[in-house]
Design a protein around this ligand. Structure first.
Ligand code: SD4
Length: 324
């Protein structure tokens, strides 16, 4: 029997959930169905070879989760990519510290932050996801875990990145660089032949950062987020701004509510612009939805991305907020 107290409580909850937009209709998952043909999208110029590696896995019937790991392993191992893995610029103490996260089609995820000496942090993040009950390992603990799992301890500071650090030390001036030679964090999203979505994000973070600083890239929902029934999003740029707005979670939720990937990326940049001194830093977002549409938006000109779709792997320029 419904007594008066329960009835009043029930009505109050109904009004609250309606007010918050959490009524049954919107709480139900929106499945953006359609022709979920395989595709890959990733940030910056180093996305092109990463996408090609992803495609090899997907074409041969591989799973998106294997493909995204294989893909971002490419810039992680490339000493010329000075913002990811081996050859990444160090912090102000000359230490290369890495952040990465990965998420599969079931919503499982793993991440490492402030990890040193391991060339492939994304592969350690995957082990965290698969071999532990946790989501994130950090610092010394993450390194110990990696070594136990058979990863090799390596020096990630190349002659080139050491020279860049020495040069920076001359002035020790810390200011955000809007677009770093067109390659920065790699964030990558893929849809496999089954239509499943996975994502990966890996970086050496902002160069010359304080020792111990962790950015958005290993934070699930900040640097990267996927939901197999809706889509996925990745972020690059000033991590603090992304963390303050949980940008990629926001984008996926906006898509769940019916926005296109492009509209969702634009709104997520808008949230940053509304409250932060956005003109002094860059943010770039990429998103895909379950039906294979994509979107890209950044604060400033200069953000580009690699898209592998319909048999072509090509670079595109993102649209942006600050004109002129
Ligand atoms: C960070 N978002 O550590 C990363 C770095 C990056 O463009 O993407 N820079 O904040």
């Amino acid at each position: 029997m419904i007594n008066r107290r329960n009835f009043i409580l029930g009505s109050a909850l109904t009004s609250l959930t309606t007010f918050l937009g959490l009524n049954r209709a919107t709480a139900k998952r929106v499945v953006v169905s359609g022709d979920a043909r395989p595709m890959v999208i990733s940030t910056w110029n180093h996305g092109l070879p990463a996408n090609a590696a992803v495609w090899n896995v997907i074409e041969s019937g591989g799973k998106a989760i294997d493909a995204v790991e294989t893909g971002v392993n490419v810039p992680e191992a490339d000493p010329e990519s000075n913002s990811v893995g081996y050859g990444g610029y160090p912090d102000r103490d000359g230490k290369v510290t890495l952040d990465a996260c990965i998420m599969d089609e079931t919503g499982n995820c793993g991440s490492v932050s402030f990890l040193q000496h391991i060339k492939h942090p994304i592969s350690v993040a995957r082990k965290v996801m698969e071999d532990t009950p946790h989501v994130m390992l950090s610092g010394e603990g993450a390194l110990e875990f990696a070594l136990q799992k058979g990863f090799k301890k390596e020096n990630l500071l190349t002659d080139k990145s050491r020279a860049a650090w020495k040069k920076w030390l001359e002035k020790s001036e810390y200011k955000p660089i809007i677009n770093r030679e067109n390659h920065d964090t790699i964030g990558l999203l893929a849809i496999d032949q089954k239509g499943d979505i996975s994502g990966a994000c890996t970086t050496s973070g902002l160069s010359w950062k304080l020792h111990g600083r962790v950015g958005d890239s290993p934070i699930i929902g900040a640097g990267m987020y996927t939901d197999n029934e809706v889509g996925g999003a990745v972020a690059t740029g000033m991590g603090e701004a992304v963390m303050k707005t949980l940008g990629t979670f926001l984008i996926v939720e906006l898509m769940r509510g019916g926005k296109s990937p492009q509209e969702a990326c634009e709104e997520a940049v808008g949230r940053i612009a509304a409250k932060q001194d956005y003109k002094s830093f860059q943010i770039g977002y990429l998103a895909i939805n379950k039906s294979g549409q994509h979107g890209a938006f950044s604060i400033h000109k200069g953000f580009n991305y690699a898209l592998h779709k319909d048999g072509e792997n090509k670079m595109y320029d993102s649209s942006y907020l600050v004109k002129g």
